[in-house]
Design a protein around this ligand. Structure first.
Ligand code: SF4
Length: 956
């Protein structure tokens, strides 16, 4: 059977497993490897899954036997020194991060075509799925046609991006797009994209070998997939691109914290309550950069969606993953979500053969540390008002809000006089005079948005339309603690039928009791898949949610990503004029200030039924444990306990949610019926993109002048100027902001010059497919401080992306200076402090740096992903030694700089910074080159990872 298999260092571990139906499959066996490395049997399950990938992909080049030996010998508390190359099975993308990645692929095809090669040579080597979920906003809410109108606006705003994606759908065989309106990336991944185990293709060196699903995704909550035993986490775009083109993702083997669960959740306690408790515990345990793995008999009691909810919030508790092993509950979930019997059998048989099936018991595995939780102690909770780890038991929410209202910001408070807590402030009726004598306005927006959008297809029209959305009835007054947004949103919870059915049941009982929600509260239901609507309809619960304003508003991230849409201008005015602390309650996972809405300062994360309950209560100043939620139709007090659904009631409806047929029928439509709006999108056809004029999408310049041989550039940099001197903790958002584009900025000027009205600027995030916008936006964060610019008279620092052009010292935008330096052929460098490039991974932070002609970044220390992204774009990261810094060396920014490297670059070699002062005096400063691995040396020599991979693909 193995006769034709080429030599492979671990061929002797190739074994066969048998499925229940008697089919056989080959696999690289971990139990067999354990005969050489007995330690394997006690490794955390997640480490063993990575080990399988390292063993299977051991090609003697990118992955060598020493990597296998190192990981097989993982020790719970060893010092972590050497990175491990991890080749993943697939890649998932959301649309904000996916578009620039698709643009790079499209540009590679142009290169192939220009060189007379078959453009199809450029094809992702592992399957890639892009789910369009980040762009829809809750402009409309509380009406039957909210979803329809919001989607129309979404397509209007994003037409050029969607045309480009449509080209990608037809051009690449291994690049799938789940169109807008299907759901949220992580829920779609859980319900549909994850297929259990994979099998190598016929043309593979080891054809027909089964291996477990693993992935990276360009979204931090990719970890949700850890709930079904898939190893995977969020990475930056450049790493994802590398993974997609067959390059390993490099990571230091982490510590693995075992989380032992015992007992069972009590009656009335939800998965959301549990995840908020887990987040609070793990934040205290400091699990940043670690894997967390759940085990113990309590884990076995958790249904799969509950596990996924816990895995989803790994970024909030700081871990790289929150991993759950595969067991019979995973198999049940696969069956309930419509995976085929064959897939399920292969999946189960594979994991059993690897001795990875089942939840480990205490003592089975050597973890770096063990944390324990008795599920029976978890209580209904919210988290907030500013951080997900600040959990508050529901009976303490009112008092905690009252306390924080007057506490200083240093104690997480809002610094407001206590006597204002219960004051009410009148709101003008829409378009009318001050409240009290305003004429009545109709509850629905009087202008037809549909009409406006159809007749004036510009984003400005959409903006216009937005201004009439919302409800501000006469007599309305608002105050501190008022709930103004209540959103059932976010993959964290909407993938969990238990909590959504609970929300529906609570809504039903509330409506039957005669409770209502005030119309000015922006209520929305934005599930992460259409399946939710299907089971809420079948169970006849949707009409009750709708009666309370929770009409379907979108299938997408919406409020969770800050796309809550605006409040009415009248409400905004009262909040800002009176500095009110108003609230949002959402079933999301992040709540830091201004994430949900710029004017809502208190944001609470809660389970979907509690979102409905707080919408009814309308305020955080009510104790839902002791005070009535509202008054019923007979004038009676109705308490939360009166309408809270029981576990039995939820369980009785669960069969409607776990219906394999319904899942299959729904996801078949991704290909067969992507929707009317999607069908109306017409884009370029063919294998090569022709780049029609657009201010959203343009051919990236990373391959301009590409040759098959890497250019013979001298190692090091000569005669560079400093572009900026930065302090500590410069984030990727400082380097490449995602938010709004200022009119007076280089990007704003460019957009205006290209005919884009200010109202249509959109955000940097949505324009990541266009380098002309993004390079102008690099270092353009309005809060960034270039310390090369002298202090202001009051000692403060000027903010914004400015620099002093050298040697004249003329002050200008960094972008403008960069263009002058590039025109002169002068290289540039950036000086930073500690943790340069911290914050969320953002590929444009490295891409933009490269496009501005920056050749080196010299800092006290680097954030891990940004450092590797710099190398990936051919920019040298260098680190000061000892206590050296640009400040201690007296660097002012007007000097000339050389960076000397040995011709034969080695990882982490010594380098020298030669500083030539204005008076011609020179100094030599030792540095460490932060190219950390041999493969990174290759990336650098090739001018970055993209040309490196392109050369490999074209040569192949
Ligand atoms: S719903 Fe929230 S957590 Fe989920 S993918 Fe969207 S933004 Fe991320």
């Amino acid at each position: 059977m193995l006769m034709n298999t080429p030599a492979h260092h671990f061929t002797k571990t190739l074994k066969t497993f048998k499925t229940a139906a008697g089919r056989e499959g080959k696999f690289f066996s971990l139990p067999e490897l354990a005969k050489t490395y007995p330690n394997v049997n006690r490794l955390p399950v997640s480490i063993r899954i990575v080990l399988e990938s390292v063993m299977r992909n051991c090609d003697g080049k990118k992955v060598v036997p020493e990597h296998v030996a190192e990981l097989a010998s993982w020790k719970p508390n060893a010092e972590r020194v050497d990175e491990i190359p991890f080749v993943v099975a697939r890649v998932v993308l959301q649309d904000f991060t996916g578009v620039p990645l698709l643009a790079d692929l499209a540009a590679m095809r142009n290169v192939a075509a220009d060189m007379g090669k078959n453009p199809k040579t450029i094809e992702p080597l592992v399957p890639v799925d892009l789910v369009v979920d980040h762009s829809i906003m809750v402009d409309h809410y509380g009406t039957k046609d909210s979803l329809d109108l919001n989607m129309k606006l979404e397509f209007l705003r994003n037409r050029e991006r969607y045309e480009f994606m449509k080209w990608g759908m037809q051009a690449f065989d291994t690049f799938g797009v789940v169109p807008p309106g299907f759901g949220i990336v992580h829920q779609v991944n859980l319900e549909f994209l994850a297929r259990g185990v994979h099998k190598t293709a016929k043309n593979h060196a080891h054809a027909g070998v089964y291996y477990p699903d693993t992935l990276v995704g360009t979204d931090s909550h990719t970890t949700m997939i850890n709930g079904i035993g898939v190893v995977g986490w969020g990475v930056g775009g450049i790493e994802a691109e590398a993974g997609m083109l067959g390059q390993p993702v490099y990571f230091l083997p982490p510590d693995v914290v075992g989380f032992q669960l015992s007992g069972r959740l009590r009656e009335g306690v939800t998965a959301t309550d549990l995840v908020l408790t887990v987040t609070e515990i793990l934040r205290q345990q400091k699990v940043v950069g670690k894997f967390v793995e759940f085990f113990g008999e309590g884990t076995e009691t958790l249904a799969l969606p509950d596990r996924a909810t816990i895995a989803n919030m790994a970024p909030e508790y700081g871990a790289t993953m929150g991993f759950f092993p595969v067991d019979k509950r995973t198999i049940e979930y696969f069956r309930g979500t419509g995976r085929s019997e064959r897939e399920i059998e292969n999946f189960e048989a594979y994991f059993r053969a690897q001795k990875l099936f089942g939840v480990p018991k205490a003592g089975d595995i050597d973890y770096s540390a063990v944390v324990k939780l008795d599920l029976g102690t978890v209580a209904p909770s919210l988290a907030g008002p500013k951080r997900p780890q600040d959990r508050i038991e529901i009976g303490k929410v009112k008092s905690q809000f009252a306390t924080l209202f007057s506490k200083p910001p240093s104690e997480n408070g809002f610094n407001q006089p206590a006597e204002l807590l219960n004051r009410r402030y009148p709101v003008k009726a829409q378009g009318g005079p001050a409240n009290g004598d305003a004429p009545p306005v109709p509850p629905e927006a009087p202008r037809s948005v549909r009409e406006m959008v159809d007749n004036k297809p510009t984003m400005a029209a959409a903006k216009d339309a937005e201004t009439v959305i919302g409800h501000t009835a006469p007599g309305l007054a608002i105050g501190n603690g008022d709930v103004l947004i209540a959103a059932i949103t976010s993959c964290t919870n909407t993938s969990n039928p238990g909590v959504l059915l609970a929300a529906g049941l609570l809504a039903k009982k509330a409506v039957e009791a005669g409770l209502t929600v005030q119309k000015h509260i922006k209520t929305s239901l934005a599930p992460g898949s259409r399946i939710v609507t299907e089971y809420l309809t079948k169970t006849n619960l949707l009409p009750y949610l709708e009666k309370l304003g929770f009409n379907l508003a979108a299938y997408g991230c919406t409020t969770c990503i800050g796309n809550a849409g605006d409040l009415t201008p009248e409400i905004n005015e009262v909040i800002t004029t009176n500095n009110l602390v108003c609230a949002a309650v959402l079933s999301g996972n992040r709540n830091f200030e201004a994430r949900i809405h710029p004017n809502l300062r208190a944001n609470f994360l809660a389970s979907p039924p509690l979102v409905v309950a707080y919408a009814i209560a309308g305020t955080m100043n009510k104790d839902l444990m002791t005070e009535p939620l509202g008054t019923g139709k007979r004038g009676q007090d109705v308490y939360l306990g009166d309408i809270w659904p029981s576990s039995d009631e939820i369980y009785a409806l669960m069969k409607f949610a776990m219906n394999g047929k319904a899942f299959r029928a729904n996801y078949e439509k991704v290909a067969s019926d992507p929707g009317k709006l999607c069908k109306q999108i017409n884009g370029v056809k063919g294998q090569v993109y022709t780049w029609p004029p657009s201010t959203y999408i343009a051919k990236p310049p990373f391959f301009n002048g590409f040759t098959m041989e890497p250019p013979h550039a001298a190692a090091g940099v000569i005669g560079a100027r400093a572009m900026a001197l930065f302090g500590d903790s410069i984030t990727t958002d400082h380097i490449s902001p995602a938010g709004s584009i200022k009119e007076a900025s280089p990007a704003g000027s460019w957009l205006k010059a290209n005919g884009v009205a200010k109202a249509d600027f959109n955000s940097y995030g949505s324009r990541r497919g266009h380098h002309d916008v993004m390079m102008r936006g690099t270092f353009a964060n309005v809060r960034i401080k270039n310390l090369m610019i002298p202090a202001l008279p009051d000692g403060g620092r000027e903010e914004g992306g400015l620099t002093l052009l050298q040697p004249s010292g003329e002050k200008m935008f960094i972008y403008d200076a960069a263009m002058k330096y590039i025109a002169q052929g002068t290289p540039t460098g950036i000086f930073g402090g500690e943790e340069y490039g911290t914050g969320s991974s953002r590929d444009w932070a490295a891409k933009g740096t490269q496009l501005l002609g920056v050749k080196a970044v010299i800092a006290r220390s680097f954030e891990r992903i940004h450092r590797s992204n710099l190398v990936g774009m051919g920019v040298l990261p260098l680190q000061f030694k000892g206590s050296d810094s640009w400040q201690s060396l007296g660097i002012e920014g007007n000097e000339l700089f050389d960076i000397e490297l040995s011709a034969n670059i080695k990882p982490q070699q010594d380098a020298t910074l030669v500083i030539t002062a204005k008076d011609g005096k020179t100094r030599r400063v030792p540095l460490t080159l932060r190219i950390d691995t041999p493969i990174e040396v290759d990336y650098y020599k090739h001018g970055g990872i993209l040309p490196f991979v392109l050369r490999q693909l074209l040569a192949g």
